[in-house]
Design a protein around this ligand. Sequence first.
Ligand code: NAP
Ligand code: MG
Length: 500
Amino acid sequence: MTDTQVPLTPVLPEVRALLDRNLELLIGGISQPSSSGETFETIDPSTEQAVATVARGTVEDVNHAVAVARANFESGVWSRAKPNFRERVLLRFADLAEQRQEFFAQLDSIDAGSPLADTRAAAAGLVDHFRYFAGWATKLHGMTIPVSVPGQWLNYTRREPIGVVAAVIPWNTPIANAMWKLAAPLAAGCSVILKPAELTPLSAHAMVELLYEAGLPDGTLTVLHGYGDVGAALAEHPDVDKIAFTGSTEVGRSIVRASAGNLKRVSLELGGKSPAVVYNDADLSKAIPGIFNGIYFNAGQICCSSSRVIVQSGIYEEFLAKMAEYAGGLEMGPGMTETSRLGPVVSQGQYSRVSGYLKIGESEGARSVIGGTGAVNDNERGYFVRPTLFADVTPDMRIFQEEIFGPVLAASRFETEEEVLTLANATIYGLGASVWTENIGRALRTADGIKSGTVWINGHSQVDAASPFGGFKQSGYGKELGFEVLQNYLGTKSVWVNYL
Ligand code: NAP
Ligand code: MG
């Protein structure tokens, strides 16, 4: 593990300029302080230093933002705009974002501590994501349906934007979380209010400003910074038509309860404890780096991370030894370096939580292979946790069942194909899973039997704007990405015309 002596990448002047101004709320695109005047600071978890001051929204700000969004939606300036106008605005955003990839990458590396190598990939993904959804704006058509009732009837459907959408997102991979909640509803013609996580407000703010620069009509989009009370007020608000939430299963439940007042639509992207199943015949030259990236990428703060590995007994010890060796070559360091491959976890709170699970794993009797409770902060500053691997983890252990959301891999052993499905499915979650084998029949049988929204065969954590992503079981409902996510933001109207 390296330390903070590694040279830091120079901060771009435009990043510095954004950090140096107070970030206000952008209600319908108009920059304004919080109604209470309160602010909070966002920190760089690599240094623990405050990097920017941000307005803390209130319930009054929520009410104002919803009124602005409602007026915008009813005006039709976006909701009834020509589809190719919406397409052009989103494409223009993608062009501008393409020129500013380093700007977006640096914002996330500073705000979340993620290595530049990863945030640069995220910034490139931002461009592709918006281009993909820009294309959908012109393709959201209904159907003409042959009906059998007596008389002469033309029946057709229209796909209409659902209305005012509130999106509440967490702090891991901030660029990806924000773009997932912006591109699709905007393509569909909705008016959107985005509540970023208080820990990582920067790139979401920059994204919203850039959408206005790209020609988004005033009033269409709001960014409301703040704490959980802002998210809760949006979930309860009677004039919000839909809430799109990514975050913990616990808060997801409270969102569902809060939504009951006006029966607003809800989609939930929640936690996971995704298994990677490794058979004796797996190609370990692919499985080790694949599962390694699956769990240690972004310091394990990925909802579908391969946080459990279930290995067949014939290669169990070999797998553990090879994984430990591979992890030893990993360079840890601050986000803003060229060489770091593993950054800190996002906050003091998350550091304490992950450290707590390391102690739990040990007290539960799991075998510590690497990391473990020895994973301490080697740097003078920064919330660094070493890549950790526990072996001999059994379903009764909390480190098997609970989402840690840190660089902690729990390994279990299995004998037969039937047994592994029981183990893979033995948690409340069902977000992702991977299967590693060279036998195609075994791969497909296992993929069929695993209860999760995504299964990768000989891979883990691949996502693409075109492919639906989202959970089964308590990992949530309502898909992100692909054509499917657009259903969250559209209502189908059936129109009957008597032409006798
Ligand atoms: P969290 O506590 O659930 O927070 C998520 C968001 O909800 C934040 O913006 C938070 O605001 C806000 N919030 C907090 N309390 C709220 C309430 N009562 N009502 C409405 N909103 C509220 O989750 P987190 O700890 O930030 O993020 C980690 C979790 O997200 C993990 O469980 C992870 O698996 C999940 N996740 C899932 C996916 C997926 O696609 N399935 C993707 C990424 C992350 P504050 O920031 O102010 O607390
Ligand atoms: Mg931060």
